[in-house]
Design a protein around this ligand. Sequence first.
Ligand code: C2G
Length: 132
Amino acid sequence: MPRTVITFGTFDVFHVGHLRVIERAAALGDRLVVGVSADALNLSKKGREPVFSQAERIAIVAALKPVDAVFIEESLELKRDYILEHQADVLVMGDDWAGRFDEFKDICEVVYLPRTPAISTTALIEKISGTA
Ligand code: C2G
């Protein structure tokens, strides 16, 4: 049986930190499925509209070589359903989420990877807009 890895994220203003977490997630299995946060979910999570729409963000993530499948993550509460639906063996998240998804250890492995230092969508937006 191929080992399926699942990860989630907004992936707005796609940057190398996003790429690195996706590459490292893919290396933990044979198949990588990525849930890309819906625009409405991002608004409720971060209190602002993403720079790129969910259609644009999903197109970027789907085009990446290590990514086998993508879907829209509509709600944080549906994580268990997504894991089961995609038959994921491993859930991978950056360590800014450390401990937050331990409740899924009954259905899959849960791995938190160290974030890539010194880069974030928020920092990029501030740098580009001159507010940093
Ligand atoms: N990331 C990283 N290094 C960075 C920035 C981000 O490793 N410098 C990782 C995050 O830890 C996360 C992924 O990239 O695993 C996507 O980050 P975001 O787009 O910020 O996603 P987030 O809003 O945390 O959404 O259901 C969970 C959420 O949808 C996760």
